[in-house]
Write a protein that binds this ligand. Structure first.
Ligand code: HEM
Length: 462
Protein backbone atom coordinates (compact mmCIF):
# COMPACT_ATOMS: atom_id res chain seq x y z
CA UNK A 1 0.00 0.00 0.00
CA UNK A 2 1.32 3.46 -0.86
CA UNK A 3 2.44 5.52 2.11
CA UNK A 4 0.00 8.33 2.96
CA UNK A 5 3.05 10.59 2.81
CA UNK A 6 4.03 9.68 -0.74
CA UNK A 7 4.05 12.51 -3.26
CA UNK A 8 4.66 15.34 -0.83
CA UNK A 9 6.64 18.01 -2.68
CA UNK A 10 9.47 18.16 -0.13
CA UNK A 11 11.14 21.18 -1.70
CA UNK A 12 8.04 23.27 -1.11
CA UNK A 13 6.97 21.90 2.22
CA UNK A 14 7.86 23.64 5.44
CA UNK A 15 10.37 25.93 3.76
CA UNK A 16 10.43 29.60 2.96
CA UNK A 17 7.88 30.46 0.26
CA UNK A 18 9.60 30.85 -3.14
CA UNK A 19 8.93 33.51 -5.82
CA UNK A 20 6.20 31.47 -7.60
CA UNK A 21 4.18 30.74 -4.46
CA UNK A 22 0.77 32.38 -3.91
CA UNK A 23 0.77 35.42 -1.60
CA UNK A 24 0.77 34.74 2.12
CA UNK A 25 -2.71 34.55 3.57
CA UNK A 26 -4.13 32.89 6.66
CA UNK A 27 -6.09 29.74 5.80
CA UNK A 28 -9.86 29.92 6.30
CA UNK A 29 -11.27 29.73 9.78
CA UNK A 30 -14.22 30.85 11.87
CA UNK A 31 -15.12 34.52 11.58
CA UNK A 32 -16.17 35.09 15.21
CA UNK A 33 -14.62 38.07 16.98
CA UNK A 34 -11.18 37.28 18.42
CA UNK A 35 -12.38 37.51 22.00
CA UNK A 36 -15.15 34.99 21.33
CA UNK A 37 -12.65 32.61 19.73
CA UNK A 38 -10.35 32.97 22.75
CA UNK A 39 -13.25 32.12 25.07
CA UNK A 40 -14.17 29.04 23.03
CA UNK A 41 -10.52 27.93 22.81
CA UNK A 42 -10.06 28.29 26.56
CA UNK A 43 -13.39 26.97 27.79
CA UNK A 44 -14.55 24.48 25.15
CA UNK A 45 -11.32 23.49 23.39
CA UNK A 46 -12.26 20.03 22.09
CA UNK A 47 -15.76 21.07 21.03
CA UNK A 48 -14.29 24.05 19.17
CA UNK A 49 -11.51 22.04 17.52
CA UNK A 50 -13.93 19.32 16.39
CA UNK A 51 -16.30 21.93 15.01
CA UNK A 52 -13.57 23.83 13.14
CA UNK A 53 -12.16 20.61 11.67
CA UNK A 54 -15.65 19.61 10.43
CA UNK A 55 -16.20 23.01 8.85
CA UNK A 56 -12.73 23.78 7.43
CA UNK A 57 -10.88 20.46 7.11
CA UNK A 58 -7.22 19.69 7.80
CA UNK A 59 -5.90 23.24 7.91
CA UNK A 60 -7.69 26.21 9.48
CA UNK A 61 -6.91 29.43 11.30
CA UNK A 62 -8.00 30.45 14.77
CA UNK A 63 -7.73 34.18 15.39
CA UNK A 64 -7.10 35.12 19.04
CA UNK A 65 -6.65 38.47 20.83
CA UNK A 66 -3.38 40.46 20.58
CA UNK A 67 -2.99 39.44 16.92
CA UNK A 68 -2.23 35.79 17.74
CA UNK A 69 -3.14 33.59 14.76
CA UNK A 70 -2.97 29.82 15.22
CA UNK A 71 -2.91 27.78 12.02
CA UNK A 72 -4.04 24.28 13.06
CA UNK A 73 -2.68 21.44 10.92
CA UNK A 74 -4.18 17.97 11.21
CA UNK A 75 -3.10 15.93 8.18
CA UNK A 76 -0.10 13.58 8.51
CA UNK A 77 1.61 14.80 5.35
CA UNK A 78 1.44 18.46 6.41
CA UNK A 79 2.46 17.64 9.99
CA UNK A 80 5.48 15.92 8.45
CA UNK A 81 6.18 19.06 6.42
CA UNK A 82 6.18 21.21 9.57
CA UNK A 83 8.32 18.83 11.64
CA UNK A 84 10.80 18.41 8.79
CA UNK A 85 10.67 22.08 7.76
CA UNK A 86 13.40 24.70 8.05
CA UNK A 87 13.85 25.34 11.78
CA UNK A 88 15.11 28.87 11.05
CA UNK A 89 11.73 29.66 9.53
CA UNK A 90 9.53 27.58 11.87
CA UNK A 91 10.80 28.51 15.34
CA UNK A 92 9.60 26.39 18.27
CA UNK A 93 11.71 28.20 20.87
CA UNK A 94 10.22 31.58 20.00
CA UNK A 95 6.72 30.09 20.13
CA UNK A 96 7.31 28.47 23.53
CA UNK A 97 9.07 31.52 24.98
CA UNK A 98 5.93 33.68 24.85
CA UNK A 99 4.32 31.71 27.65
CA UNK A 100 7.08 29.63 29.21
CA UNK A 101 10.21 31.79 29.49
CA UNK A 102 9.25 33.49 32.77
CA UNK A 103 8.95 30.03 34.28
CA UNK A 104 11.79 28.04 32.70
CA UNK A 105 14.32 30.83 32.16
CA UNK A 106 16.23 32.07 29.10
CA UNK A 107 18.66 29.10 28.86
CA UNK A 108 15.95 26.44 28.74
CA UNK A 109 16.05 24.02 25.81
CA UNK A 110 12.33 24.76 25.39
CA UNK A 111 12.77 28.45 24.55
CA UNK A 112 16.00 28.34 22.50
CA UNK A 113 16.29 27.97 18.73
CA UNK A 114 19.12 27.24 16.31
CA UNK A 115 22.59 26.11 17.46
CA UNK A 116 21.97 27.06 21.13
CA UNK A 117 18.93 24.78 21.19
CA UNK A 118 20.85 21.86 19.65
CA UNK A 119 23.71 22.38 22.11
CA UNK A 120 21.39 22.12 25.12
CA UNK A 121 19.61 19.07 23.66
CA UNK A 122 22.92 17.27 23.15
CA UNK A 123 23.98 18.08 26.70
CA UNK A 124 20.74 16.78 28.25
CA UNK A 125 19.87 13.73 26.14
CA UNK A 126 22.56 11.28 27.39
CA UNK A 127 21.22 11.61 30.96
CA UNK A 128 18.04 9.81 29.79
CA UNK A 129 19.80 6.90 28.13
CA UNK A 130 17.97 3.54 28.55
CA UNK A 131 20.71 1.97 30.73
CA UNK A 132 20.62 4.88 33.15
CA UNK A 133 16.83 4.75 33.39
CA UNK A 134 16.83 1.05 34.25
CA UNK A 135 18.73 1.90 37.43
CA UNK A 136 15.80 4.13 38.51
CA UNK A 137 13.23 1.33 38.30
CA UNK A 138 13.36 0.28 41.98
CA UNK A 139 13.01 3.91 43.11
CA UNK A 140 9.94 4.48 40.89
CA UNK A 141 8.41 1.25 42.26
CA UNK A 142 9.06 2.26 45.90
CA UNK A 143 7.58 5.71 45.38
CA UNK A 144 4.47 4.19 43.77
CA UNK A 145 3.98 1.64 46.57
CA UNK A 146 4.32 4.31 49.24
CA UNK A 147 1.65 6.41 47.52
CA UNK A 148 -0.74 3.48 47.06
CA UNK A 149 -0.42 2.70 50.77
CA UNK A 150 -2.01 6.10 51.49
CA UNK A 151 -5.15 5.47 49.42
CA UNK A 152 -8.42 5.26 51.38
CA UNK A 153 -10.47 2.07 51.11
CA UNK A 154 -14.10 2.30 50.00
CA UNK A 155 -14.12 6.09 49.58
CA UNK A 156 -13.95 8.02 46.29
CA UNK A 157 -10.68 9.83 45.65
CA UNK A 158 -9.06 11.52 42.64
CA UNK A 159 -6.19 9.65 41.03
CA UNK A 160 -4.59 12.61 39.30
CA UNK A 161 -3.25 14.34 42.44
CA UNK A 162 -1.94 10.97 43.55
CA UNK A 163 -0.15 10.46 40.22
CA UNK A 164 1.22 14.01 40.51
CA UNK A 165 2.66 13.14 43.91
CA UNK A 166 4.36 10.07 42.40
CA UNK A 167 5.84 11.79 39.35
CA UNK A 168 6.95 14.78 41.42
CA UNK A 169 8.76 12.50 43.84
CA UNK A 170 10.35 10.70 40.88
CA UNK A 171 11.68 14.00 39.53
CA UNK A 172 13.03 15.14 42.90
CA UNK A 173 14.75 11.79 43.49
CA UNK A 174 15.97 10.59 40.10
CA UNK A 175 16.26 13.83 38.14
CA UNK A 176 17.45 16.14 40.93
CA UNK A 177 18.98 13.25 42.91
CA UNK A 178 18.15 14.78 46.30
CA UNK A 179 18.58 12.27 49.10
CA UNK A 180 18.05 14.33 52.26
CA UNK A 181 14.36 14.19 53.27
CA UNK A 182 14.13 17.82 54.52
CA UNK A 183 15.59 19.17 51.30
CA UNK A 184 13.20 17.01 49.28
CA UNK A 185 10.29 18.42 51.29
CA UNK A 186 11.52 21.97 50.80
CA UNK A 187 11.79 21.51 47.03
CA UNK A 188 8.36 19.87 46.81
CA UNK A 189 6.86 22.80 48.71
CA UNK A 190 8.36 25.37 46.33
CA UNK A 191 7.32 23.34 43.28
CA UNK A 192 3.72 22.97 44.49
CA UNK A 193 3.44 26.72 45.06
CA UNK A 194 4.75 27.57 41.57
CA UNK A 195 2.59 24.87 39.95
CA UNK A 196 -0.52 26.03 41.80
CA UNK A 197 -0.05 29.63 40.66
CA UNK A 198 0.85 28.54 37.12
CA UNK A 199 -2.53 26.83 36.81
CA UNK A 200 -4.22 30.22 36.92
CA UNK A 201 -5.00 30.94 33.25
CA UNK A 202 -4.95 34.65 34.08
CA UNK A 203 -1.18 34.30 34.09
CA UNK A 204 -1.26 33.25 30.47
CA UNK A 205 -3.13 36.18 29.06
CA UNK A 206 -3.43 38.91 31.67
CA UNK A 207 -0.95 41.72 31.82
CA UNK A 208 2.37 40.89 33.37
CA UNK A 209 2.56 44.37 34.86
CA UNK A 210 4.25 44.40 38.28
CA UNK A 211 2.48 47.69 39.10
CA UNK A 212 -0.67 45.65 39.80
CA UNK A 213 0.81 45.22 43.28
CA UNK A 214 2.45 42.50 45.37
CA UNK A 215 -0.73 40.43 45.70
CA UNK A 216 -1.52 40.25 41.99
CA UNK A 217 -1.12 36.72 40.57
CA UNK A 218 1.90 37.69 38.51
CA UNK A 219 3.83 39.18 41.45
CA UNK A 220 3.08 36.12 43.60
CA UNK A 221 4.17 33.84 40.79
CA UNK A 222 7.50 35.68 40.39
CA UNK A 223 8.17 35.46 44.15
CA UNK A 224 7.44 31.71 44.18
CA UNK A 225 9.58 31.12 41.09
CA UNK A 226 12.51 33.04 42.62
CA UNK A 227 12.28 30.95 45.79
CA UNK A 228 12.36 27.73 43.74
CA UNK A 229 15.29 29.05 41.67
CA UNK A 230 17.23 29.82 44.86
CA UNK A 231 16.61 26.32 46.29
CA UNK A 232 17.72 24.69 43.01
CA UNK A 233 20.82 26.88 42.71
CA UNK A 234 21.82 25.88 46.27
CA UNK A 235 21.34 22.21 45.31
CA UNK A 236 23.51 22.65 42.18
CA UNK A 237 26.33 24.29 44.19
CA UNK A 238 26.22 21.54 46.81
CA UNK A 239 26.28 18.85 44.13
CA UNK A 240 29.31 20.34 42.34
CA UNK A 241 31.26 19.77 45.55
CA UNK A 242 30.26 16.09 45.88
CA UNK A 243 33.13 13.72 44.96
CA UNK A 244 32.56 10.88 42.46
CA UNK A 245 29.73 12.48 40.45
CA UNK A 246 30.32 9.92 37.69
CA UNK A 247 29.15 7.15 40.02
CA UNK A 248 25.81 8.85 40.65
CA UNK A 249 22.86 7.98 38.41
CA UNK A 250 20.75 11.15 38.76
CA UNK A 251 20.21 13.60 35.91
CA UNK A 252 21.57 16.65 37.76
CA UNK A 253 24.95 14.97 38.32
CA UNK A 254 25.07 13.99 34.63
CA UNK A 255 24.28 17.56 33.56
CA UNK A 256 27.19 18.83 35.68
CA UNK A 257 29.53 16.35 34.00
CA UNK A 258 28.26 16.95 30.44
CA UNK A 259 30.52 18.77 27.95
CA UNK A 260 29.58 20.31 24.59
CA UNK A 261 31.52 19.90 21.31
CA UNK A 262 33.99 22.57 22.46
CA UNK A 263 34.50 20.86 25.82
CA UNK A 264 32.51 23.50 27.73
CA UNK A 265 30.43 22.59 30.79
CA UNK A 266 27.04 24.14 31.55
CA UNK A 267 26.93 27.15 33.87
CA UNK A 268 24.89 27.07 37.10
CA UNK A 269 22.22 29.24 35.44
CA UNK A 270 21.97 26.88 32.47
CA UNK A 271 21.72 23.81 34.70
CA UNK A 272 19.06 25.49 36.85
CA UNK A 273 16.95 26.45 33.82
CA UNK A 274 17.16 22.89 32.48
CA UNK A 275 16.16 21.41 35.85
CA UNK A 276 13.11 23.67 35.97
CA UNK A 277 12.35 22.68 32.37
CA UNK A 278 12.56 18.95 33.06
CA UNK A 279 10.42 19.41 36.13
CA UNK A 280 7.61 21.37 34.48
CA UNK A 281 7.74 19.59 31.12
CA UNK A 282 7.85 16.17 32.77
CA UNK A 283 5.94 16.00 35.99
CA UNK A 284 2.34 17.01 35.29
CA UNK A 285 2.30 15.69 31.72
CA UNK A 286 3.22 12.18 32.85
CA UNK A 287 0.92 12.29 35.89
CA UNK A 288 -2.04 13.41 33.79
CA UNK A 289 -1.38 10.72 31.16
CA UNK A 290 -1.38 8.14 33.96
CA UNK A 291 -4.65 9.52 35.34
CA UNK A 292 -6.18 9.28 31.86
CA UNK A 293 -4.92 5.70 31.46
CA UNK A 294 -6.67 4.65 34.69
CA UNK A 295 -9.83 6.61 33.89
CA UNK A 296 -10.08 4.86 30.51
CA UNK A 297 -9.22 1.42 31.85
CA UNK A 298 -11.70 1.61 34.73
CA UNK A 299 -14.47 2.58 32.31
CA UNK A 300 -13.55 -0.24 29.90
CA UNK A 301 -13.68 -3.38 32.06
CA UNK A 302 -12.83 -5.75 29.18
CA UNK A 303 -9.64 -3.88 28.38
CA UNK A 304 -8.81 -3.72 32.10
CA UNK A 305 -9.45 -7.45 32.53
CA UNK A 306 -7.25 -8.28 29.56
CA UNK A 307 -4.45 -6.08 30.88
CA UNK A 308 -4.58 -7.53 34.41
CA UNK A 309 -4.57 -11.09 32.98
CA UNK A 310 -1.56 -10.23 30.79
CA UNK A 311 0.32 -8.71 33.72
CA UNK A 312 -0.39 -11.80 35.84
CA UNK A 313 1.19 -13.89 33.05
CA UNK A 314 4.21 -11.56 32.97
CA UNK A 315 3.47 -10.08 29.51
CA UNK A 316 3.67 -6.47 28.38
CA UNK A 317 2.32 -6.21 24.81
CA UNK A 318 -1.17 -5.09 25.85
CA UNK A 319 0.33 -2.70 28.41
CA UNK A 320 2.31 -0.96 25.66
CA UNK A 321 -0.79 -0.85 23.45
CA UNK A 322 -2.81 0.64 26.34
CA UNK A 323 -0.22 3.40 26.84
CA UNK A 324 -0.11 4.15 23.10
CA UNK A 325 -3.92 4.27 22.89
CA UNK A 326 -4.20 6.49 25.99
CA UNK A 327 -1.72 8.97 24.53
CA UNK A 328 -3.69 8.88 21.26
CA UNK A 329 -7.23 9.40 22.48
CA UNK A 330 -6.35 11.63 25.49
CA UNK A 331 -3.24 13.61 24.48
CA UNK A 332 -2.27 15.84 27.39
CA UNK A 333 -0.69 18.42 25.09
CA UNK A 334 -3.20 19.18 22.33
CA UNK A 335 -0.85 20.86 19.88
CA UNK A 336 2.70 22.05 19.35
CA UNK A 337 3.50 25.39 17.83
CA UNK A 338 6.13 26.88 15.56
CA UNK A 339 6.44 30.62 15.13
CA UNK A 340 6.51 31.42 11.40
CA UNK A 341 9.35 33.91 10.84
CA UNK A 342 9.01 34.27 7.08
CA UNK A 343 6.07 33.35 4.87
CA UNK A 344 6.21 29.57 4.51
CA UNK A 345 4.63 27.17 2.08
CA UNK A 346 2.82 24.26 3.70
CA UNK A 347 0.73 22.13 1.37
CA UNK A 348 -1.44 24.44 -0.73
CA UNK A 349 -1.10 27.33 1.74
CA UNK A 350 1.42 30.10 2.13
CA UNK A 351 1.30 30.91 5.83
CA UNK A 352 2.20 34.54 6.58
CA UNK A 353 5.07 35.56 8.85
CA UNK A 354 3.99 36.11 12.44
CA UNK A 355 1.43 33.26 12.52
CA UNK A 356 1.87 30.07 14.58
CA UNK A 357 1.96 26.83 12.60
CA UNK A 358 0.44 24.23 14.94
CA UNK A 359 0.58 20.49 14.23
CA UNK A 360 -2.59 19.53 16.08
CA UNK A 361 -2.06 16.35 18.09
CA UNK A 362 -5.67 16.02 19.25
CA UNK A 363 -7.17 16.31 15.75
CA UNK A 364 -4.58 14.25 13.86
CA UNK A 365 -4.90 11.42 16.38
CA UNK A 366 -8.69 11.35 15.93
CA UNK A 367 -8.76 11.03 12.17
CA UNK A 368 -11.37 8.51 11.07
CA UNK A 369 -9.25 7.52 8.05
CA UNK A 370 -6.41 6.41 10.38
CA UNK A 371 -8.47 5.18 13.33
CA UNK A 372 -11.92 3.61 12.77
CA UNK A 373 -14.32 4.80 15.51
CA UNK A 374 -11.66 7.34 16.48
CA UNK A 375 -13.10 8.52 19.80
CA UNK A 376 -13.29 4.97 21.19
CA UNK A 377 -10.63 3.61 23.56
CA UNK A 378 -9.37 0.42 21.92
CA UNK A 379 -5.84 -0.61 22.89
CA UNK A 380 -5.95 -3.57 20.46
CA UNK A 381 -5.52 -1.06 17.60
CA UNK A 382 -1.87 -1.15 18.57
CA UNK A 383 -1.24 -4.79 19.48
CA UNK A 384 1.46 -5.90 17.05
CA UNK A 385 0.88 -2.69 15.11
CA UNK A 386 2.98 0.47 15.39
CA UNK A 387 1.17 3.82 15.28
CA UNK A 388 1.04 5.52 11.86
CA UNK A 389 3.85 7.98 11.12
CA UNK A 390 2.73 11.56 11.78
CA UNK A 391 -0.75 10.32 12.72
CA UNK A 392 0.43 9.69 16.31
CA UNK A 393 2.73 12.29 17.84
CA UNK A 394 1.80 12.94 21.49
CA UNK A 395 5.45 13.90 22.07
CA UNK A 396 5.68 16.35 19.14
CA UNK A 397 8.30 15.81 16.48
CA UNK A 398 11.37 16.69 14.44
CA UNK A 399 14.34 18.25 16.22
CA UNK A 400 12.00 19.37 19.02
CA UNK A 401 10.54 15.95 19.88
CA UNK A 402 10.02 15.57 23.63
CA UNK A 403 13.34 14.87 25.38
CA UNK A 404 11.54 12.90 28.07
CA UNK A 405 9.39 10.65 25.82
CA UNK A 406 11.22 7.44 26.77
CA UNK A 407 11.36 8.48 30.42
CA UNK A 408 7.60 9.16 30.50
CA UNK A 409 6.85 5.79 28.86
CA UNK A 410 9.29 4.08 31.23
CA UNK A 411 7.46 5.56 34.23
CA UNK A 412 4.05 4.56 32.87
CA UNK A 413 5.25 1.00 32.22
CA UNK A 414 6.20 0.69 35.88
CA UNK A 415 3.43 2.63 37.61
CA UNK A 416 0.38 1.16 35.81
CA UNK A 417 1.27 -2.50 36.59
CA UNK A 418 2.34 -1.59 40.13
CA UNK A 419 -1.13 -0.12 40.82
CA UNK A 420 -3.07 -2.91 39.11
CA UNK A 421 -1.12 -5.61 40.96
CA UNK A 422 -1.61 -3.92 44.33
CA UNK A 423 -5.27 -2.87 44.40
CA UNK A 424 -8.68 -3.27 42.81
CA UNK A 425 -10.25 -0.03 41.68
CA UNK A 426 -13.66 0.88 40.35
CA UNK A 427 -14.70 4.18 38.74
CA UNK A 428 -16.47 6.63 41.06
CA UNK A 429 -18.94 7.54 38.30
CA UNK A 430 -20.35 5.52 35.41
CA UNK A 431 -19.07 7.85 32.67
CA UNK A 432 -15.44 8.54 31.74
CA UNK A 433 -14.11 11.97 32.74
CA UNK A 434 -14.64 14.85 30.32
CA UNK A 435 -11.63 16.62 28.81
CA UNK A 436 -11.03 19.97 30.51
CA UNK A 437 -8.30 22.49 29.76
CA UNK A 438 -5.87 23.40 32.52
CA UNK A 439 -3.38 26.04 31.34
CA UNK A 440 -1.91 24.41 28.21
CA UNK A 441 -2.89 20.81 29.02
CA UNK A 442 -5.99 18.62 28.65
CA UNK A 443 -6.89 16.98 31.96
CA UNK A 444 -9.76 14.82 33.34
CA UNK A 445 -12.42 17.24 34.63
CA UNK A 446 -12.85 15.36 37.93
CA UNK A 447 -9.21 14.35 38.41
CA UNK A 448 -10.11 10.74 37.46
CA UNK A 449 -12.10 9.79 40.54
CA UNK A 450 -12.23 6.17 41.61
CA UNK A 451 -12.84 3.93 44.63
CA UNK A 452 -10.37 1.37 45.95
CA UNK A 453 -12.41 -1.74 46.71
CA UNK A 454 -9.63 -4.14 47.73
CA UNK A 455 -5.93 -4.51 48.23
CA UNK A 456 -4.59 -7.54 46.41
CA UNK A 457 -2.38 -10.15 48.07
CA UNK A 458 0.91 -9.16 46.50
CA UNK A 459 2.13 -5.62 46.79
CA UNK A 460 1.67 -2.85 49.26
CA UNK A 461 1.34 -4.52 52.66
CA UNK A 462 5.10 -4.65 53.14
C1 HEM B 1 3.35 11.75 28.85
C2 HEM B 1 4.24 12.67 29.18
C3 HEM B 1 4.74 13.74 28.24
C4 HEM B 1 4.15 14.31 27.15
C5 HEM B 1 2.76 13.99 26.57
C6 HEM B 1 5.08 15.29 26.61
C7 HEM B 1 4.84 16.06 25.48
C8 HEM B 1 5.76 16.95 24.95
C9 HEM B 1 5.51 17.74 23.77
C10 HEM B 1 4.25 17.69 22.92
C11 HEM B 1 6.61 18.51 23.56
C12 HEM B 1 6.83 19.52 22.43
C13 HEM B 1 7.51 18.85 21.26
C14 HEM B 1 7.52 19.70 20.00
O1 HEM B 1 7.51 20.94 20.07
O2 HEM B 1 7.54 19.11 18.89
C15 HEM B 1 7.57 18.21 24.61
C16 HEM B 1 8.81 18.80 24.72
C17 HEM B 1 9.67 18.54 25.76
N1 HEM B 1 9.49 17.64 26.78
FE1 HEM B 1 7.91 16.40 27.05
N2 HEM B 1 6.20 15.30 27.38
C18 HEM B 1 6.06 14.37 28.39
C19 HEM B 1 6.97 14.05 29.37
C20 HEM B 1 8.21 14.64 29.52
C21 HEM B 1 9.18 14.27 30.52
C22 HEM B 1 9.01 13.15 31.55
C23 HEM B 1 10.26 15.12 30.37
C24 HEM B 1 11.55 15.18 31.13
C25 HEM B 1 11.72 14.80 32.36
C26 HEM B 1 9.96 16.00 29.24
C27 HEM B 1 10.81 16.96 28.75
C28 HEM B 1 10.59 17.71 27.61
C29 HEM B 1 11.54 18.68 27.09
C30 HEM B 1 12.88 19.07 27.71
C31 HEM B 1 10.96 19.20 25.92
C32 HEM B 1 11.56 20.27 24.99
C33 HEM B 1 12.27 19.64 23.80
C34 HEM B 1 12.85 20.66 22.82
O3 HEM B 1 12.31 21.75 22.71
O4 HEM B 1 13.85 20.34 22.16
N3 HEM B 1 8.71 15.68 28.75
N4 HEM B 1 7.01 17.25 25.45
Amino acid sequence: MASPLAGLPEELAGHQAGPGAPGPVLPDGPGYPRIVQAWLWLKKPTWYLDRCARAYGDVFSMRLPFGVNLVHIASPELVKAVFGGDSDVLRAGEANATILEPLVGPHSVLVLDGPEHLRQRKLILPAFHGDRMRAWEATVRDITRAEIARWPAGKPFALRPSMQAITLDVIVRVVFGVEVAERRDELRRHIRTVTGLGRNPLLLFATRDRRLGPHAPWARFIRARDALDAALTAEIRRRRAVPGLGQRGDVLSQLLLARDDEGRAMTDDEVRDELVTLLFAGHETTATSLAWAFDLLLHHPRALGRLVAELDRGGSEYLDATITETLRVRPVVALVDRHVRQAVRIGGHTIPAGAMACPNIYLAQRRADLYPDPAAFRPDRFTGQPPPAFGWFPFGGGIRRCLGASFATFEMRIIIPEVLRAVTLRPASPRPARIRREAVTFVPHDGARCVMTARRQRGVES
